[in-house]
Write a new protein. Structure first.
Length: 155
């Protein structure tokens, strides 16, 4: 079942990139992952927030059932996406953060405001105590058509 879900996710992502390939290029389109989130045994993801500097959220291809998502694609190219669970059963594992959103980098972003990702992931093992994991650009991987050296790989 998980393999089928993963294949469906990849299909949606491929279709998204093909759709963007047919549109006039304005900014570089990349998928975003958080590949190495350090969860302790029994922890599940119950929320997150990602701040995008010099970019916009173009697509969120797989919103889990029971999650509330909000995207603020501010015209200043300072964007925020937030997600949280509605019920405890909607808590998810770190697989959700693989290619979980597609971002368009601001075309011609000023040198004093380069593309950047930051944020936090909220996890819990008992729904009484939460742990907030801070994220910086080095915690994200971006990939896609023409991804450049600004894509950071975790150490």
């Amino acid at each position: 079942m998980m393999r089928m879900i993963r294949l469906l996710q990849l299909f949606v992502l491929a279709a998204t990139f093909m759709t963007f390939a047919c549109l006039p290029a304005s900014g570089q389109i990349v998928s975003v992952s958080i590949p190495k989130l350090s969860l302790t045994k029994g922890e599940r993801i119950i929320g997150f927030a990602v701040h995008v500097k010099s970019g916009r959220i173009a697509l969120v291809p797989n919103i889990p059932i029971g999650w509330n998502m909000s995207v603020d694609n501010d015209p200043s190219w300072e964007t925020v996406i937030k997600g949280s669970i509605e019920v405890g059963g909607a808590a998810t594992d770190s697989d959700f953060l693989r290619e979980f959103m597609v971002v368009e980098k601001e075309p011609g972003a000023p040198s004093d405001s380069p593309f950047d990702l930051s944020g936090e992931v909220v996890v819990t093992s008992d729904f009484k105590k939460e742990r907030h994991i801070k994220l910086t650009m080095k915690d994200f991987i971006t990939k896609g058509a023409g991804a450049d050296d600004s894509s950071k790989k975790p150490n």
